[in-house]
Design a protein around this ligand. Sequence first.
Ligand code: ACO
Length: 421
Amino acid sequence: MEIRPTTDKDLDVFVDTVHAAFGHFPETPVEGGGLWWSALETDRCLLALTADGRPVGTAATHSFELTLPGETLVPAPGVTAVGVLPSHRRQGVLTAMMRYQLAELRARGELLSVLLASEASIYGRFGYGPATYTAQLKVPRHEAALAAPRARELADGPTPGSGDGSRHGPASGSANGSVEVLRRSECGGILEEVYDRYRRAQPGALSRPHRWWALRAGQPPISREPRYIAVHRDADGLPDGYASYSIESGTLTVDETIATDDAVFTALARFALAHDLVSQVVFKHLQPEHPLRRQLADFRVGQVSGDMDWLWVRLLDVPRALTARGWFTDGELVLDVHDPFLGERDRYLLTVRNGKADCAPTDRKPDLSLDIRDLGSVYLGGTAPSTLVRAGHILAHHPDAATLADTLFRAERSPHCLHWF
Ligand SMILES: CC(=O)SCCNC(=O)CCNC(=O)[C@H](O)C(C)(C)COP(=O)(O)OP(=O)(O)OC[C@H]1O[C@@H](n2cnc3c(N)ncnc32)[C@H](O)[C@@H]1OP(=O)(O)O
């Protein structure tokens, strides 16, 4: 078995092999704009070949940037196009490619890598853990009134006769904002600019390189699939959010809502829910605990489904990764980290002071023993360490360890990624 980077000459071989592994028929990269692989970086693609030179496996990475808690941006190779021909599966081809790829990423000095898993059972063994989650919220439009925001009344003091807050009306701010519906072709650079502003402040978000927008490579709203785009503008007319949507058979489906703050999100949701000739609205790619459900006057009318893992994280350099992210509570934790795939076991003292962490090797008794995949899961603050303790995956060496870890690893807001690759 030989594993080597793809050259410009074998890009077609790479694409053919990926298609065969996924059971699709090949299309040409040049004419098939809007397809996920048109954004591949040739020098980041790998081919696995048999001894007689036949290609049987593929893997690649995209050069993304990931936002960590504390609005720190780090390079994040996004693993993609992983495939092995049906004739060569369960013979260790993926394992060999993962070993090659992780060694290569480490040699390049990467802190971590990320991926979206086609099946949740594949990547844990290679040290990846689910770190962000996604769900969709379905709301019958005629029952979808948004409750008045109670916090506003608390801030202003009680208003005589305002009752119990159950009257219906706008859910929150953005009072002087506006929404305009545009065709994708009319948006120019608005979406790219708004997305970029949003993702820099959102833990777990990935950059969408300019070439993705230029190539229309990916899912709506980037791709050529027809979509309406509701662009939200602030009081000065500057775009600060958008929702990309389509309507079919009475269902309005919002593929992607990007909002630079919660009030903008509410304004876009209110816009979608007010659509005539629509019986239900489906908001895709929300955080499972997104506040929109809490804003409905009737909590039960919002139906959450498709709750699943989204971005998986693999730490490649634990001390550098832990010191790179922002922290919000002071404390100390000794982590005994086991990395079975790479055959490593190290113990670190994590010390957090004033938002910054120090992470150094230690001989102190551990608070927690954990597999590298579970450290990847808790790293962005989207999975509570105590949940993995209760699940029997993280070992807490004393009763306070899980609570301490929960407090330390929490992010300023729950991580979320809605980029697809
Ligand atoms: C980031 C992305 O690109 S996600 C896309 C992943 N690709 C696909 O889903 C395309 C279709 N599937 C495939 O091409 C292949 O089945 C792959 C790539 C998932 C696996 O490749 P293989 O070469 O068969 O994997 P390999 O032989 O190295 O298996 C290693 C281990 O993982 C297990 N494994 C591999 N694939 C799966 C799976 N889909 N579900 C459960 N376990 C799996 C194997 O059983 C093996 O376990 P063991 O070590 O206990 O024996």
